[in-house]
Design a protein around this ligand. Sequence first.
Ligand code: GDP
Length: 255
Amino acid sequence: MTASNALPSAATAPGPDPKIAMGWLHTAKFLTTAPELKHLPRIDVPEIAFVGRSNAGKSTCINTLTQQHRLAFASKTPGRTQSINLFSLGKQGVVDAVLTDLPGYGYAAVPKEAKYRWQQVMGNYLQTRDNLKAVVLLCDPRLGLTELDEVLLDVIRPRVEEGLKFLVLLTKSDKLNKTEAAKALQIVKLQAGGGDVKLFSSLKRRGVEEVAQHLWDWAHPKEKPLKTAQVQIETEADLDNSGTQDLPPQTPGLP
Ligand code: GDP
């Protein structure tokens, strides 16, 4: 991947008190499962998708973030027919976001047809799911971004350029020492073309709260106060100018 096809970074300023974000994630409930996009319900709240190679630590990450032991099944059989799983989020029963667990890919023993089917399901979902707001790519730093991860980055690139948030999590970072972790971070940052990359460990709870804050931010985008402020400034300026100063002396209709 070259600098010319760089991916813009995810949001940099994490949002609310981590407790709020973690409490919100704890509300996660299984919503539905489907073999492909066309069987999924249309939903009009923000959706955040988790993707990655089989064994990258995706299920464990989802379970850690939602503080639930078996929400995503960590003990699944690699390469079995997999589905798109949706989990709803929201306090007091009001769903305000959805987490999506997409099938893990890259398991060597998967037959060709199943691999092809995965590509179709993932590509279709990532390219056309209307309410998709963010993608979290899980990657084992000891393997780095693999060819399939790069294919996925290429698939989502046009949407990232249009504002889709994107974050790479280097999972199982507890298995690396400081030097290895720094090196892995640097390499994957380069591979991801400057996209946002973070070290993560479910085991050591590294990065958990920070990621939770990002998810909250993506699901609860702030209003744009800047525009309102500009309008106000313009209005005040108009009022100030309603005297004579910046107006031509003989403006018709003015005293
Ligand atoms: P998935 O296939 O991407 O859903 O991966 P899993 O969540 O099932 O994890 C694959 C393996 O990695 C399991 O044996 C997990 O126990 C292990 N694993 C997941 N997260 C961590 C972590 O943060 N640290 C360590 N050391 N192992 C982890």
